[in-house]
Design a protein around this ligand. Structure first.
Ligand SMILES: *Cc1c(COP(=O)(O)O)cnc(C)c1O
Length: 485
């Protein structure tokens, strides 16, 4: 194929629903009303909220056309760093939509929910095995929610020892949600800079760890895609002064099956089922950010806990030291079914292989592009690599221009301007599900864009050229969204 992948095809224009339809048009035919009108009817008429009158075909075509303006992991490579936008096998969706799971109601008594409870119980055991931790709660609804739960656990741990503390150490390579979660829990985040290798040094942590610091939050691999080599030594310093080690394990697709974080001295970790364990995400869909911890933290885990008693599985509320409930019912069950299906279908060897491919793919891209794009930390990476626009600034071409131009080549742009430690960062996470051919096309596109930057920088300034919508005012789109005509 010689043409650019992003070439526009049969993408149809589509107005807003309010500009479509015709008065009196309707999507369904129902018999004439033979009961007296009720006050409710008034709101349904055109004097009500003013919904447009549309036929079934109007609606179907509207949404189908809009869906074709979109991009997803089923369309192509989506190398959004730190987000693990990998392809999610369809079998997971199929299992989650089995009637017994899909139609089970959370108000059913435990006796009638044994299958669902057993699945949750088994998934918690799988995650214990993967992390090496002693206990897991699947209740948190997302990664950041897992972090907040972790902070509440740390808080409960120190309170039980009547030794409440006020600060949490957070490195500059942590995910942006970390300081927010710590602050939400009332802790003061203390920023610490990573060393020249792009990772934390045990020495710098030892220098600021004190008796008023509750612990540390470490993203591993960190947001530079680098493995925190000194974590075991860092954990020793933290523990020595009575603190706890929290690991942000949202990007476990670099480590699963390879090592157990427990062995690094971690006390609490959250995972992102909707990244590593294969639930489609982005756009605000449901997720799960399970928290795993060691035995000494377990009493504080959220209630209810799933327990196995002789006569089956049940939700147990009796944990007096618990931080309490942090989610309605027991979290997002559908996400758990997909993770369970993913883990079972890959098996232990398959999970290990997935991690290896994630790391191999990121290193492949790093090596292929490092002569073209500035690579601030030239070391073996984990699941993602971070470049910058430094080589292209003399042409007045920025990270944003490069990212926007990638759309014309048929790729979703990578994460940009994050992590903050790299100015003009281009953070690429290819994920384990991309083939070598796909990675090669991505590399070719990035190289072609670099040539364009040199030869026609002005052309990049208003890219993308082939997409349905061109360069948007992203601030206005977020702050002043136009939601109806
Ligand atoms: C995605 C991510 C988070 C946040 O997860 P959400 O589910 O979006 O709340 C936290 N930490 C890291 C390292 C992540 O990549």
């Amino acid at each position: 194929m010689n043409e650019k992948r992003g070439a526009s095809g049969l993408i149809l224009n589509e107005p807003l629903l309010w500009e479509k339809g015709s008065t009196g048009r309707c999507g369904i035919s129902i018999p004439k009303n033979d009961v007296k009108t009720s006050p409710l009817d008034k709101n349904m008429t055109r004097e009500g909220p003013g919904f447009p009158d549309l036929s079934e075909v109007d609606v179907i075509r509207h949404y189908t056309r809009l869906s074709q303006w979109n991009f997803g992991v089923d369309t192509g490579m989506y190398p959004l760093g730190s987000c693990t936008m990998k392809y999610n096998p369809k079998t997971n969706e199929r299992q989650a939509s089995l009637k017994g799971f899909n139609e089970s109601h959370p108000f059913l008594p435990d006796a009638l929910s044994q299958g669902a409870l057993e699945l949750i119980y088994s998934l918690e055991n799988f995650l214990k095995e993967i992390t090496g931790m002693d206990a897991v709660s699947l209740q948190p609804a997302a990664g950041a929610h897992g972090e907040l739960t972790g902070m509440l656990l740390i808080h409960a741990y120190h309170r039980a020892r009547e030794n409440q503390r006020s600060k949490i150490i957070i490195p500059d390579t942590a995910h942006g949600t970390n300081p927010a979660s710590a602050a939400l829990c009332g802790y003061q985040p203390v920023n610490i800079q990573s060393g020249e290798k792009g990772i934390l040094t045990a020495k710098s942590v030892a220098a600021i760890m004190d008796g008023d610091t509750a612990g540390i939050m470490v993203t591993n691999p960190n947001t530079l895609g680098l493995y925190e080599e000194e974590l075991p030594e860092i954990a020793e310093h933290i523990h020595e002064k009575g603190g706890l080690v929290y690991c942000d394990g949202a990007n476990m697709n670099a480590l699963m099956g390879i090592l157990k974080v427990r062995d690094l001295g971690v006390d609490i970790i959250h995972l992102n089922l909707h990244k590593t364990f294969s639930t489609p995400h982005g756009g605000g869909g449901p997720g799960a950010g399970p928290v795993a911890c060691t035995k000494n933290i377990e009493p504080y885990l959220p209630i209810p806990r799933i327990v196995k008693k002789d006569n089956g599985f049940r939700l147990d509320e009796h944990h007096p030291e618990s931080i309490g409930r942090i989610m309605t019912f027991y979290g997002h069950f559908g996400v758990m079914v997909k993770a369970y299906s993913y883990i079972l279908s890959l098996g232990a060897e398959g999970l290990k292989k997935a991690s290896r491919y994630a790391v191999l793919n990121a290193n492949y891209i790093k090596e292929k592009l490092k002569d073209t794009y500035h690579l601030p930390y030239d070391r073996p990476c984990m699941h993602e690599c971070v470049f910058s626009d430094e080589n292209h600034r003399s042409y007045h071409v920025s990270t944003l221009d490069i990212a926007k131009r990638l759309i014309d080549y048929g790729f979703h742009p990578p994460t940009i301007y994050f992590p903050l430690v790299v100015s003009g960062a281009i953070m690429i996470e290819p994920t384990e599900t991309e083939s070598k051919e796909e990675l090669d096309q991505f590399v070719e596109a990035m190289k072609a864009i670099s040539d364009e930057a040199r030869e026609h920088p002005e052309y990049l300034k208003n890219a993308p050229h082939l997409s349905k919508v061109k360069r948007l005012d992203e601030t206005a789109a977020a702050r002043k969204p136009c939601l109806c005509g």
